[in-house]
Design a protein around this ligand. Structure first.
Ligand code: NAD
Length: 498
């Protein structure tokens, strides 16, 4: 059995722990590898390597850092297919979708290539007679990233290119379910000329996460994952005096108004609900159909759901792959049954799907549940599978109120041809990322990504300008160069500008 090991100090490292976790091929249901699970001692080794590297990397020039970032960008671009295939084999998503996530991650690297501009400070000349005032930002030290299974390349890339460009060093603890993309990315950083120890990967579970949260050598923690763990990471990390940004789960609603094109909306809804088997934090899992839009919408999405080609991620014909584990499949199948038992109408039942030749794979077919109400488990829980719940509302205001009553606030969308309704929606929803006739409104890398409410703990969104601010701290310098050194008369009043 192949063992996936850590990457510490610029090379593979087996670590001291003998604990491992299986890595499955979700398309076949077979175990394909095992991943080492780091102990606290292994985490300490990685943090020490990163702390040593920080001494020189934090002093490197902006142009030296930029050269490495440009080289890294070229290597990720050249190796996109290899990274995508590694993702598809362990996550299950189709290769074209995995290529898309690498592309979105690469956009963050491109943003970080502009670090000399992003780190420009401010300068005020002559704030008082003979006095100038200026500010600049410096790196924090060793930063840690703890990431989820659903975007094994893109989500870590929301973090490490920006942190490293700012002069920090980094320890990544990726999901133990699909660890290989991170090792590949570590090799590319090294090939790009990043000094040893600046980027490290420790694989692991709760033990390694807790070791990072408690380690006095870690200055900041970026987390992306489910809401209960995000809340825990934020509480424990901040209790230990660290800067923490923790992005949590989601339950994203799309509102469809009667004036929308149902053909357009249903196309986008099925891709947003079933793309990546619904395992996206920005997946649309709830369609709020307003008034007369409902019947036509359910009919259209049901037809398109049934037509979705489900199969192994490596098969070029597949539009949707399996879910991540057998346990995830069983949970999703259970929730579909609960939805039907609690009174929803099962318009399309994905539990019936079989993929010939892949009977042991972790497949669930696209599922549409109509007439879902807010009390039902399928509405209340983040299903994280290919299940679209349709809730019916009488007006746009009722639909907006529904979005706002939900504890999550990651993304939301509206389908309409009314600018007035769209504007009311964009101003009125308590959600971080909003789409107007765009179902998965993931911002470009030069904006920051983040939700509201239970979708984010901490005040900082990720990547973009807020990412640069998160990975640096400011200094403000007040400076005077007296022409003639010597006594100028002591004054005991609080200094004010003259
Ligand atoms: P998860 O919370 O189970 O795991 C995320 C990370 O936390 C992993 O590295 C995992 O090893 C670690 N972890 C798990 N349990 C832990 C524990 N008890 N103590 C300490 N660490 C622990 O999430 P997942 O299942 O890998 O990913 C899916 C979730 O991530 C969904 O809820 C999804 O909405 C969310 N997500 C959110 C965003 C966002 O931007 N808000 C993006 C992607 C995914």
């Amino acid at each position: 059995m192949r063992t996936i090991t850590h990457w510490i100090g610029g090379k593979q490292a087996t670590g001291t722990s003998t604990r491992t976790s299986p890595v499955w091929n979700p398309a076949t249901g077979a175990q394909q590898a095992e991943v080492a699970l780091a102990s606290a001692a292994d985490v300490d080794t990685a943090v020490q390597a990163a702390a040593t590297a920080f001494e020189t990397w934090s002093q490197s020039s902006l142009s030296a850092r930029t050269k490495v970032l440009f080289a890294f960008r070229e290597l990720v671009n050249a190796r996109t297919q290899d990274i995508a295939e590694a993702i598809s084999d362990e996550h299950g998503k189709v290769v074209s979708d995995a290529r898309g996530e690498v592309q979105r991650g690469m956009e963050v690297i491109e943003y970080a290539c502009g670090i000399p501009t992003l780190l420009k400070g401010e300068y005020s000349d002559q704030v008082s007679r003979g006095v100038d005032l200026f500010s600049f930002r410096q790196p924090l030290g060793v930063c840690a990233g703890i990431t989820p299974f659903n975007f094994p390349a893109m989500v870590p890339m929301w973090m490490h290119p920006v942190a490293i460009a700012c002069g920090n060093t980094f320890v990544l603890k990726p999901s133990e379910r699909d660890p290989s993309a991170s090792t590949l990315v570590a090799e590319l950083w090294s090939e790009a000329g990043l000094p040893d120890g600046v980027f490290n990967v420790v694989h692991g579970d709760k033990e390694s996460v807790d070791a990072l949260l408690d380690h006095s050598g870690v200055a900041a923690v970026s987390f992306v994952g489910s809401t209960p763990i995000a809340r825990y990471i934020h509480e424990r990390g901040t209790a230990n005096g660290k800067r923490v940004q923790a992005l949590g789960g989601a339950k994203n609603h799309a509102i469809i108004l009667p004036d929308a094109s149902i053909d357009y909306a249903s196309d986008h809804l099925v891709s947003a609900a079933f793309g990546s088997a619904g395992e996206r934090c920005m997946a649309i899992s709830t369609a709020v159909a307003v008034g007369s839009a409902a019947d036509e919408l359910v009919e259209a999405v049901s037809a398109k759901a049934r037509a979705t080609r489900v199969g192994p991620g490596r098969d070029a014909d597949s539009e949707m792959g399996p879910v991540i584990t057998a346990a995830a499949r069983d949970r999703i199948v259970g929730l579909i049954g609960t939805g039907a038992a609690q009174g929803a109408t099962l318009a399309v039942d994905g539990r019936e799907l079989t993929v010939p030749g892949h009977e042991d794979g972790f497949f669930v077919g696209p599922t549409v549940l109509d007439r879902v109400t807010t009390e039902m488990d399928v509405y209340r829980e983040e299903i994280f599978g290919p299940v679209l719940a349709v809730v019916r509302a009488d007006s746009v205001d009722e639909a907006i109120a529904l979005v706002n009553a939900n504890p999550y606030g990651n993304g939301t969308a509206i389908f309409t041809s009314s600018g007035e309704a769209a504007r009311r929606f964009q101003r009125g929803v308590n959600v971080g990322m909003i789409g107007i006739n765009v179902p998965v409104p993931v911002p470009m890398a030069y904006y920051s990504f983040g939700g509201w409410k239970d979708s984010l703990f901490g005040s900082s969104h990720i990547h973009g300008p807020e990412g640069v601010a998160f990975y640096t701290r400011a200094k403000v310098v007040t400076s005077r160069w007296p022409q003639a050194q010597g006594p100028s008369g002591a004054g005991y009043h609080f200094p004010t500008a003259t």
